[in-house]
Structures are given as C-alpha cells and as structure tokens.
Ligand binder design. Structure first.
Ligand code: ADP
Length: 996
C-alpha cells in the first residue's frame, strides 16, 4: 500500500498532467476528479460551477469509482443548485476556503444528507478553484467512511485549487491571445531575423491570397515588390539592431499578381531573434490618396489656367478701356468739330441771308428778284439744317446746357402750336391744343428747348397728315410743390409708322421710309434731337402708331416749380366772369371739348353745339327759358353754314341779336372781306390759347385785366423811335459790314471798330456820346470783357452808364450771366438774327432800359445786376430797411466769397455748394437777379464737381459783387465808394442823365 504522502503527490501530479494535456479546464475536470479520488481512496467527486446569472452553483461533472454506485445521490447532485453558504459547495463558495465534513449525515447544513445516509456516504470535503482570489468553481469529494479532517490534505488541495485557477487563467489568456491573433483584421505575424515568417494570422491569407504554408515556406522578401525590397531590407536591418518601426510602407504581391500596399509597425524581440509585426492593407487608402493628389494637381492646374485667364482678361479690359476712351475722345472730338464747323458755317450763311434781304429791298428786275428769293429760301433751309446739326453735335459733345428760368406753360405751349397753325390751315387740318386744368401755370425750365421739341413733333404730325386733325394734349403725370412731370401727347390722323420702323426714327439721320423722304423732305435729325432734349429734361419719348390710322408721339418732361407760387392772375379775372353762359359752336368735337373744359375751369357755363342749326336752336331755347347766353364763340370754318353765315343769322333774330360773338379763325384764313359788316365782336386765331380766350372775354365784358402782357422783344417796332448813335466793336469783316448795313437801313448812325482797345478810345473821345455799344467778345488786342471792364471803370463814380450789348458766339447757358456779370447790359448770340438785333439795339439805345437794370418784367431774359424795385419788394417798400439789409450784405459778402475761394482751392464740392447756396440767398435779397443766377450756377457746378467752370463763375461773381456795390452807390443806398474816378466827368451835364 502506498503511503499517504505518495498518494497525495500522485494526486497533485495527475491533476497537473490532466490540466496540461487538456485544451480546457472542462476537458481536464473529470480527469482531475478521478485522479484525486483514486489517489486518496475517495468514492465520489463532483465539480460545481458558478452560474453568474442565477448566482447559484450548478453541478457540471461527477465521478465515481467503478466498484460503487450512488445513483440517487448522483441524480440529486445534478439537479440541485446551491446559493452562497448552503451545503458543502455553498460553504466553500462563501468562505473561499476548503471545508471538511467528517460525516455529512450528521451535518445540519447538508441538504443532500438524507440521500447520503441512504446510499451510505459520510466523509466529505470541498475546495475552491480560485482565480485571482475569487471562487470560480468548487470540487467536492465523498467517502463511505466517516473521516476526520486531514490538515495536510486540505493544504495540498488548496494548492491544487490554486494551480487549477492559475491554469485556467493562463489558458484563458492564451485563448484570448489566440482569438485575437486569429480574428484580427490586421495582418499579424512573427518573422525571424532569418528572413522567414514564423507565424501569420488568417488575415494574411485573406489579403494576399496565399495559404499559411505558402507564406511560411519562402523568404518573405520574395513577396515584396522589387522596387521596395531595398528599403525593406534597410528597415529589417534596423529591427535586428533593436529599433522599432512605425509607419513603414511597402508593396506586397497578391497571389494573383496584383499589388497591395501595406503599412507596418514592428518591434524586435532580440533574445529570440524574432520580430513581432502588424501590417495593415492601405491599398484603398493609397488609391484614394492618389486620386486626391491628382485632384489637387488638377485643381492647381485649373487654378493656374484661371489665373492666366484672369490676367489675360484684365489685360483685355485695360485695352478695351483705352480703346473706349479713345473712341469716346474721338466721338467727342468729332462732335466738337461738328459743332465748331456748323457754327462757322452759320456765320457766312447769315451774312448771305442778311445781304440777300438787303438786296431784295433794292431796285431789281422781276427776274433778279426771283433769283434772290430762291437764294434766300435756300439759305434759310440750309440754316435750319445747320442748326439741327449744331444742336445734335452739341448734345453729343455734352456741350448743351438747358436754361432754368420761369415761363408760362400755357403760353409757351400755345405759342408753339400757333407757329404751326398756318401750315395746318393750309392743309385743311384741324390743330388743337388741350392742356389739362391741373397743369401748373408757371414752371422753371428751358422754354426755347421745349418749344423746339414741340415744333418738331407737331411739325412732323402736320407734315405726315393729309386729312383730319392734329391734337396736342398736355397732362400731369406727377406734381408736387417742387416739381411737375408733364406728359405731352401729339396725336395725328396721318400715314402712321410701321412697327418695325418705330425704334429707328429716334436715331439720328434715319427716316421711316426713305422713299417718303423725297416727298416730305427733312434730315431725320429732328426726333433724334428731340429725344435727347427730352432726356435733358429728365423725360423720355416714345411713339404709338398704326399705318394708315395715324401716330401719337408721347414725351414726358420734368420741370421745377417756382418756389413762391405766383398769384394766379387768371383767377382774379375769372371770378368776375363766374357763371358766364357761353355757347361754343364748332364742328370739331376735340375743339368743342377743349373749349368747354377751359370755360368750365374758369367757372363759366359752357354749352356746345356742333353746327349752326343746333346753335340757333340752343339760342332760342335759352331765351325761352329766360336763361339767354352771354356770349357765342363760333368757329369760322364749318361745313354747310360757316361762322360768318351763322353770325349774320344771329344778328337777324331779335331776342339774341345783340349777343356778343367771338369768331375763331384759322391763320391765313383769307376771309377778310366776309368779315365786314357782320358785327363780330372779337377774333381769335386757332389753336386758341387760354390767355387769348380769357383776354377776349375780359375785354368784351370790361373786366380789368391785371395779367401783365408778356414782353415780346423779338419783333422790332415798325419804325425806330429815334436815330441812334451805335458803336460796333467787331473784328470779323463780314459781320461788321452786315450789322452796319442792317442798322444803317433803320436810319441809325453806326461807327465800327475792329477791337476793344479802339472801342474804349473811341468812346473816350466821342462827341456826341454813343447811345449803345455792340461788343464782340473775342477780338484781337482787347476782347469784349476787358473793354467793358475799362469802360465801366471810367464810369465809376459817375451817374453815367453806357449800354453795352455783347455779341457772343457760344450761345451757351451761363454766357448771359457772364456777360451781365462783366458789366454788360444785354446779350445777342451769333449768328445774329436781324429782328433780334434791331429790337435789342433800339431797346437799349432808346433808353428803354433803366440804368443798370434790365427791362422790368423780363428779368429772366436779361438778369439785372441790381433791380431796386425788386429789392424794395423784399423790404415791403421800406427804403431804410433796404439800406440796412444792403449794409449787412456788404459786410458779409467778402467772407462768403472767401469761403467759396477756400472750398474751390480744396476742391470741396459740398462746402462750395453750401457757400454758393448761402450767397445765392443773400444776393437775391438785395435785388440782384444776375448775382442770384451766378450763385445758383456755381451751386450746380459744385454739385457736379465741375471745379474748372466753378472757378470761372466765381471770378464773375466777384466782379458782380463789385458792380453791385457800385449800383448800390449809384442808387444812393450806400455812401459812395471811397475811390472815385472822373469826378469832373460826373459833374459835366450829360444828355444820358435824363434817362436815369
Ligand atoms: P425728319 O427731319 O426727316 O422729319 P425726324 O427725326 O423728325 O426727321 O423724323 C424721322 C422720321 O420719322 C420721318 O422721316 C418720318 O419717316 C417718321 N415720322 C416722324 N413723325 C411722324 C408722324 N407723325 N407720322 C409718320 N411718320 C413720322
């Protein structure tokens, strides 16, 4: 019999062997149970495992010796579970210590005790299998004998339990490592320093397609891309020298010949001459990187290309800009050339016209007369064309500025329409003009240019219409206190314009139909100019037209409104005519409508009749109703019964025979003879203007008219009031001769000189004095401005004032102000119009002009340097107050001028504008329209940053302020300036004095 100790050693040994030979503890457990039972002579053993979920012990394995059987106990053990502290296994679990029970049948904490007794089991012990100090399983053993505890045995079993625990732990770690190695997606390997793989995980096969055996059977270098072999060898060398490798990349061949990129981390284990390495397949990432890189390269390329293109574009733009500015320069030069040329042409042309007019008044044969007549009319049409070209090129060269002066809208529009009345009448066309009652009476703008546009559009309408009517409507599109936008519409019943031609007609030199050109004449410039003029008036022009039915030309224009609304004279007059019953007889419905509206707007009671019969009926009815008409307005030209016939019939019927009759005539109506003896009380010419009709009615009913008749200075009187002594300073021979002849023909005495110097000298020595001077501006030796300056210097301190009229070639806005500011009194633009010349010379020469002041009531045409009446108007006629105001102005104005100077020097447009604005108000208050105008112009220039022009105007303004000072002195409103000249001359009695 073996000794106790030997058996124990055997048990330990067998248990250890069982563990080593088994893959898992599960496999080893029965062998261990057997080994322990056999070695120690115990009959039954069981293995209990902890079920962590249920927190109980379950029996997983049992063993019994072949000679014995414990069926009941075995079955019970397999069925039962133990909680902590219950039964033998539970006690081992809760204490973590081996437990010995000498006889289970006697033990109180042994649930299987009854069965054990039945099957004759007594002695028992159990021990824990610990893993890191924690109970994992419990082994229990039973004997038929009652057994006293054996301390040796227990300690041996404790060490067996610990061994098993360690084993299980190591196994588990091993298993984990194996699993990790096998399942890793990375390629893990162990390679020897000898250049062979020792171990590879399954990822190698998955990624490179080789079996493990294939991979281990040859030097790994053969699997590497030839280009990468050298670097790989170098890296391998580093590993053998003990260095780690991180982030090394090389290419391996797949079994199919393709290439995979691998990224390596390796570390050597020198003792065993091996390397642990992990590689990752980065082929995809590499490809993505490559794509990215190629994108980046592409991007860089395109950016490069883009930059190049941008540079090229910038260069192109630069070239274009140069070309554009050259083209613009060329266009402007061309326009300037055209403007100059047409101006140059106008001068001799005017001479031709003037001389022909003179020649026509001499004794001529009929044949000569006819020749000269043709010359004159040709020259006139040539002049019209040249004027068009001049206008157009001036606008194109941006050299045309519009006037900004107050004018009566209804008068201006009515007058323009009247200018075409004759042509319309000759063609038998009805020409009507309707201005909406809401349209303002007075506006600020360029009446001449508005007339030009209207004449063009109305002229075309008359030209291209054979029968029917031409109607001008003026409507209000937008109005407020400061501004009014008006819409003009000229409707005709003429040939119309095809839609496709409509845009073209507004271009220069184009006509709708070249073939009609010969029939109707014209240059095709009219509308082109009109469109541009309208644009300068902040408006636009368009047309609606239908071939065969007629056209309507529309245009809008915006006008400023005078700040102080003028007292409306029409209202004064009409209140006296309120409720006047008026019978309007006209066959033309448009005219009837217009007249009715006009009369109603004056609170009269109009009734309209379309023919004589209905007129008579209306008259009779009215008498019957005891509501007889106060006046009858009759159109002369009506079918069947005309105006005169109706008048005669009216006069024959007692009840209304004495009703006043106003007859509307067409110009050139040629019915002088039929007028006689009819008893018509007043005549009006068509188209009827507001003012004409109202004046006629006012005269008829003896209502005083406070409305001032607008001054017309264009037409000279039939005969001059007196023979004048005129000094003409003009360097151009033709002009000199022409002006001299024209004035001589009027019976005036003309002394002509060639320059300003001669003019000044002549004036100084002349006996008797001249009545008026005509002064060209640009002359050799001494120009007009200088000469005027000298003349005014000599007059300084005297009451003398020799009227000087400038002859200017530029005819631009601002010229007038400059002339007036320079001390001149009037202004004529060249080429000189005969009527204009004579009227102006005679007006100034005959003393119509007040001293220094321009003609009253016409201050827009000839702005006065100083108008005492206007100034007094501001002080309510208080002369003392005016003196004070002037005193203030004189002490302030030097500072104002300095402010303007400073702003100019600094090119500070806002400061300039403000300073000019301030001066404008001040200078207007002391009664200087010229000063106000100049300051206003300065303000405008400041707004548009035109400093060059502003400088010029500023000089004028300075001069004007000086002149104004003299004027104040002359008017006795301030003490005379200290510096006095020609004191003796001042005392000498002068004829001209009487004029002042
Ligand atoms: P023109 O000096 O030839 O009249 P415009 O510029 O005034 O030049 O007009 C250009 C062309 O527009 C005219 O020749 C004509 O063909 C056409 N046109 C202008 N107004 C009318 C109209 N009221 N009716 C028909 N055609 C018109």
């Amino acid at each position: 019999m073996e000794s106790h100790a030997t058996r124990r050693l055997t048990a330990e040994h067998v248990a250890a062997r069982a563990l080593v030979e088994s893959a898992t503890f599960g496999d080893a457990a029965p062998k261990i149970l057997e080994a322990i039972c056999e070695a120690l002579g115990w009959e039954y053993g069981a293995l209990w495992r902890i079920d962590r979920d249920a927190d109980v012990l379950l029996c997983v394995d049992t063993w019994r010796s072949s000679s014995t059987e414990f069926p009941e106990f075995d079955a019970a053990s397999r069925q039962i579970t133990f909680s902590r502290g219950v039964g033998l296994p539970g006690r081992v679990w809760s204490t973590g210590q081996p437990t010995w029970i000498p006889d289970v049948v006697l033990d109180s904490n042994f649930p299987r005790g009854v069965i054990a007794a039945r099957e004759n089991l007594h002695g028992a012990f159990g021990f824990p299998i610990l893993l890191r100090g924690e109970v994992q399983s419990v082994m229990e053993f039973f004997s038929r004998e009652i057994r006293a505890p054996d301390e040796d045995l227990l300690s041996m079993l404790t060490s067996v339990g610990n061994q098993i625990g360690l084993f299980v732990d190591r196994r588990r770690a091993q298993e984990e490592l194996d699993r990790f190695f096998a399942l890793s997606l990375d390629m893990l390997c162990i390679a020897g320093f000898d250049g062979y793989f020792k171990r590879v995980n399954p990822s190698w096969q998955r990624i490179l397609g080789y079996t493990e055996a294939e991979l281990l059977s040859r030097p790994y270098i053969e699997l590497i891309h030839p280009d990468d072999r050298d670097v790989t060898r170098v890296q391998a060398g580093r590993l053998t020298n003990g260095h780690d490798i991180n982030y090394f990349e090389n290419r391996y061949f797949h079994k199919d010949g393709t290439v995979r990129w691998l990224l390596w981390t390796s570390t050597p284990f020198a003792q065993q001459r091996i390397v642990y390495a992990s590689a990752r397949d980065i082929t995809e990432r590499k490809a993505a990187e490559e794509t990215m890189a190629s994108y980046a390269r592409d991007l860089e390329h395109s950016q490069h290309a883009l930059e190049e293109q941008t540079a090229r574009l910038a260069q192109l733009v630069k070239e274009l800009e140069v070309a554009k500015s050259r083209a613009e320069e060329a266009a402007e030069t061309k326009s300037a050339f055209l403007a100059n040329m047409s101006h140059e042409i106008r001068t001799p042309l005017n001479a031709i016209l003037g001389m022909t007019t003179l020649a026509l008044e001499t004794k001529l044969t009929a044949e000569q007369h006819e020749y000269l007549d043709t010359v004159k009319s040709s020259a006139q049409s040539l002049l019209a064309i040249v004027n068009d070209v001049l206008d157009f090129s001036r606008i194109e060269a941006r050299r045309l500025d519009l006037e900004h002066a107050a004018f009566d809208l209804r008068e201006a529009v009515g007058d323009a329409a009247k200018l075409l009345a004759l042509r319309a009448a000759e063609k038998g066309l009805e020409l009507a003009c309707h201005i909406h009652p809401d349209a303002p009476d007075e506006v600020l703008g360029d009446t001449g240019r508005l007339r030009q546009v209207l004449l063009n559009v109305l002229g075309n309408a008359v030209k291209f219409t054979e029968t029917g009517e031409v109607v001008l409507h003026v409507d209000v599109e937008d109005i407020n206190l400061a501004r009014a936008t008006l819409r003009f519409a000229v409707t005709d019943t003429g040939i119309g314009i095809p839609v496709d031609k409509q845009p073209q007609i507004f271009q220069a030199f184009t006509q709708a139909d070249a073939s009609t050109t010969r029939r109707f004449g014209g240059t095709g410039l009219g509308l082109a100019i009109a469109v541009r003029l309208v644009e300068l008036m902040n408006g636009r022009m368009w047309v609606e037209s239908e071939v065969g039915r007629g056209s309507t030309f529309f245009f809008t224009a915006t006008f400023d409104r005078p700040q102080v609304a003028p007292r409306d004279p029409l209202v004064d007059k009409t209140t006296a005519l309120d409720g006047l019953r008026v019978l309007v007889v006209d066959d033309n419905a448009t005219n009837r409508g217009i007249l009715e509206e006009m009369l109603s707007s004056w609170h009269m009671k109009p009734t309209a009749a379309a023919d004589a019969e209905s007129a008579l009926t209306a008259l009779r009815d009215a008498v019957a109703r005891q509501d007889a008409f106060d006046v009858i307005i009759v159109d002369r030209l009506m079918p069947v019964v005309d105006g005169f016939m109706l008048a005669r019939r009216v006069r024959r019927e007692r009840p209304f025979a004495r009703t006043p009759i106003v007859m509307m005539m067409s110009v050139g109506d040629g019915s002088e003879t039929s007028r006689r003896g009819v008893g018509v009380d007043a005549y009006l010419t068509k188209p009827v203007k507001h003012s004409d009709l109202l004046d006629a009615l006012a005269t008829l009913f003896r209502v005083s008219t406070r409305r001032p008749r607008p001054e017309r200075d264009v037409k000279p009187a039939a005969r001059p009031a007196k023979r004048l002594r005129v000094l003409l300073a003009e360097d151009n021979l033709v002009n000199r001769k022409l002006v001299t002849k024209l004035l001589q023909k009027r019976g005036h005495h003309v002394h002509a000189v060639e320059n300003g110097r001669a003019a000044v000298d002549t004036i100084a020595s002349a006996q008797p004095d001249f009545d008026v001077v005509l002064m060209d501006l640009q002359m050799p030796e001494m120009g007009g401005f200088e000469a005027t300056h000298e003349i005014r210097e000599r007059e300084r301190g005297t009451a003398e004032h020799l009227p000087i009229v400038a002859l200017t070639a530029h005819a631009m806005a601002g010229d007038r102000e400059r002339c007036l500011a320079a001390g001149m009194d009037g202004y004529l633009s060249k080429p000189i119009e005969v009527d204009d010349l004579i009227a102006t010379v005679e007006r100034f020469g005959a003393g119509a002009a007040a001293v220094i002041a321009a003609p009253a009531g016409d201050h827009h045409e000839h702005a006065a340097v100083f108008d005492e009446k206007v100034a007094l108007g501001y002080t309510g006629g208080d002369r003392k107050l005016l003196k004070q105001v002037i005193g203030l102005f004189r002490s302030d104005s030097p500072a104002s001028l300095r402010r303007i100077d400073r702003a100019l020097r600094r090119r500070d447009s806002e400061a300039l504008r403000m300073a000019a604005h301030a001066l404008k108000g001040a200078i207007a208050t002391v009664g200087s329209q010229a000063g106000r105008d100049a300051a206003a112009e300065l303000e405008t220039m400041a707004r548009s940053n035109r400093f060059g022009d502003a400088e010029r105007i500023c000089g004028d303004l300075r001069h004007l302020v000086k002149q104004l000072d003299e004027a104040f002195a002359a008017a006795g409103l301030v003490s005379r300036p200290a510096r006095r000249q020609a004191r003796t001359r001042a005392r000498a009695p002068r004829k001209r004095r009487s004029r002042s």
